[in-house]
Write a protein that binds this ligand. Sequence first.
Ligand code: 5GP
Ligand code: MN
Length: 344
Amino acid sequence: MNNIIERTYQDFSEIIKKSTQIVIVGHQNPDGDCLGSTTGLKMYIKENYRDKKVDIILPNHFPEYLKFLDLENEVIVFENNEDIVKTLFNKADLLICMDLNKPSRTDSLEEFVNNYKGYKILIDHHIEPAPFTDLIISSVNTSSTCELTYWLLKKISDKQLTENILKPLFTGLITDTNNFSNSVFPSTFLMASEIIDTGLETEEIQSNVWSSYSQDRMRLMGEMLLNKMIIFNDLGASIMILDKETQDRFNFNKGDSEGFVNLPLNIRGVKISALITEDKDYFRVSLRSKKNISVNDLSKQYFNGGGHERAAGGRLFIPINEILPYFENSVRAFLKNNGTAFER
Ligand code: 5GP
Ligand code: MN
C-alpha cells in the first residue's frame, strides 16, 4: 500500500527476524479475514524462518467452513486451551494482533494483550486503531487485513509468495469484500489479478467459502427470511432476530449465520439491515448498510459497538421483547439526527 511508509516495512521485517517465539492473535468470532490473515502470516514466517516458533491464538472457535485454512489443527482456541495460552504469552518475544483495532476485540484475550510486556505489532484495516502497540500497520483504504498483509509480505519478501500463503490471503479478500462487492479499492483487484496470475486455484477457494453450507444452515436462512425478517418501510430498515429457540431448532453453530445480515439489503428500499443473535447473556448485533449510511456511527450511538462505515457490530443488554421497539426508535432518531452528517 502506498500510504504505508517505507520505514514501517523495514521495521516489520527486522522485528520478525529478531524474534524467536511469536504469538499472533485475532478477534472474537473469527471470520475469513481474521483466519486468513493470521494463517497467511504464520505460513510466511514458517516458510522463511525455520528457526522461529509461531502460534495463532483466537479467543473462540472459527466457523467450520474455514477449516480448510487450518488443516493441521494448529490454531489454538483460548476457550479450550487456557493453560497453553498463558504459557505462550509468557514465552513470546513478539505479539502480533491482526484484524482488530483495540484490545477489547479479542474479548477473553484482552487481559493477555494488555499485560503483555514484549514488542507488539498491529496489522489492521479498521478505523481509528488504538495506540496499544509499538508498531501500527493500518490502513482503512484497504479491503481487508488479508490485503494489507499481502502488500506487506510482497514488499519484504525477496521470493514469490507461495500457494500456502496466498490461499488464506485470498480467502480474507473475498470474505471481507463479500466477493468484491463492497470495500473494494483498485489495489484489491490488483491483488486478485496478481494471485490469479500465479495459477492459484481460486475457484476451489470460492467453493470452500460460499458453497459448503450445511443443510441446517441453508434451511435456517430460509426460516429467517420467511418468518423472522421485519421491515420498517418508512425507515428503509430491516431486522432479524435469531433467538435461542430458533438456533436450537436448526442445530446452530457459530458461523452459520454469516452473510444473513447482507440479504435484506438486496431488497429495493432497504438501506439498513440488522441481525440480532441471542448469546449467553446478551444479544449480538450485526449491522450493514448501503452507501451514505454509517452503521459505525449507528452502532456507537445505540448498540454499544462500532466497526466500519457499512459493516459494524455491537451488543444489546435488553430483554428480547424490547429489541424491536428499541431498534425502530434508535434508527428513527439516528436518521433524524444524522440526516446530513453521514452523507459521504
Ligand atoms: P459482524 O457483523 O461481521 O460481526 O461485524 C462487522 C464488523 O463490525 C467487524 O468487522 C468489526 O469491525 C465490527 N464489530 C463487530 N462487533 C463489534 C463490537 O462489538 N464492537 C466494535 N467496536 N466493533 C464490532
Ligand atoms: Mn477484516
